[in-house]
Write a protein that binds this ligand. Structure first.
Ligand code: 13P
Ligand code: SF4
Length: 322
């Protein structure tokens, strides 16, 4: 259970004209804080973060930081993961409402009921889930290491994969293992369709289509490369193509532009016709809210110790795989 009291960021308390980046840097030094930021954050937040990465890299950074305070610029399950790994540190998040459709649609009580159908299965859970779901899992994975995590489990074990059915299907294809899939999906990646992307590919025949494994299988099949946000970034950095159609949250384009300024980066359009594919949860965080959370050390992630200890086990099992 999350014991955090409701918190509304007091944006009006920010003095007009305040140099927010300078104030954030000052508060960060004063409080011995570290700012961790996901690739889907706004560029100005990424530019202020001490470390920008994907879910796996951020949990690895959280596991080894010696800062007193972690300001986690990402979504709730990411900050919660940092707290699971660092019970004595203060973990704050700019906006406590920054959830995730995968985590929110797989509440722990519902998941526990669903799992009763598969009592003899090991449970592999994508890190995009609550501490309650982690506590019910055998091992955690991210999109970077899902294949490795599944391959680490004995082949004679029956497996459940939750909560992202698309990532689960992708991992089944990569590993050749059958798994029972929880029917969750990401509202951002679900919007990309093979039909629209094939049309875009036809308009840009020189471009490589790269996709996150949270996309539907028809999109992954069409893609030249499928990988986590960090893997997509590495692909763009190392591949000699001059144009890329990027089928993931458009926040990643900021780092891609920094590494390949001359390349044409085309954000994949949603099927609705909208050209922006932004995660509404990730985008709840802002520079103003980051300033407030460092100033007031609120909102803070808190966890019941018994739940934290249970959720830590499958997470440590993942981290031990490297
Ligand atoms: P990765 O950071 O593992 O690529 O996952 C993307 C995502 O959707 C995070 O919520
Ligand atoms: Fe969750 Fe999708 Fe947003 Fe990632 S992009 S935080 S999976 S809703």
């Amino acid at each position: 259970m999350d014991l955090t009291a409701p918190y509304l960021p007091d944006l009006e308390s920010i003095p007009a004209g305040l140099d927010l980046p300078a104030e954030i840097r000052r508060l960060k030094a004063e409080r011995k804080a570290v700012i961790l930021g996901h690739y889907y954050q706004e560029p100005e937040i990424q530019d202020l973060a001490d470390f920008v990465g994907d879910s796996l890299q951020l949990s690895q950074q959280a596991a080894k930081t010696d800062a007193d305070i972690i300001a986690f610029c990402g979504v709730h399950f990411m900050a919660e993961t940092a707290k699971i790994l660092n019970p004595t540190k203060t973990v704050v998040i700019p906006d406590m409402d920054a959830g995730c459709s995968l985590a929110d649609r797989c509440p722990a009580d519902h998941f526990a009921e669903w799992l009763k159908q598969y009592p003899d299965h090991d449970v592999v859970s994508y890190i995009n889930c609550s501490a309650g779901v982690k506590a019910l899992s055998t091992v955690i994975c991210t999109s970077s290491n899902a294949e490795r995590v599944v391959n680490s489990l004995p082949r004679d074990r029956k497996l459940v994969f939750a909560p992202d059915r698309h990532l689960g299907k992708w991992v089944m294809k990569q590993t050749g293992r059958d798994m029972v899939l929880f029917p969750g999906f990401c509202i951002v990646h679900e919007q990309f369709t093979a039909k629209r992307l094939a049309a875009l590919k036809a308009q840009h025949p020189e471009a490589k289509l790269i996709a996150h494994p949270e996309c539907d299988a028809t999109v992954s099949q069409l893609a030249d490369f499928v990988g986590s946000t960090a893997a997509l970034l590495n692909y763009v950095e190392r591949n000699s193509a001059k144009a890329f159609i990027v089928a993931t949250e458009a926040g990643i384009l900021h780092q891609m532009r920094l590494r390949r300024p001359e390349a044409e980066l085309i954000p994949a359009p949603a099927d609705s016709g909208c050209n922006c594919s932004l995660c509404p949860y990730m985008k709840l965080n802002s520079l103003e809210k980051l300033y407030l959370c460092l100033r007031d050390l609120k909102p803070e992630i808190r966890l019941e110790e018994s739940l934290r200890v249970q959720a830590l086990k499958p997470l440590e099992r993942m981290l031990a795989l490297g």
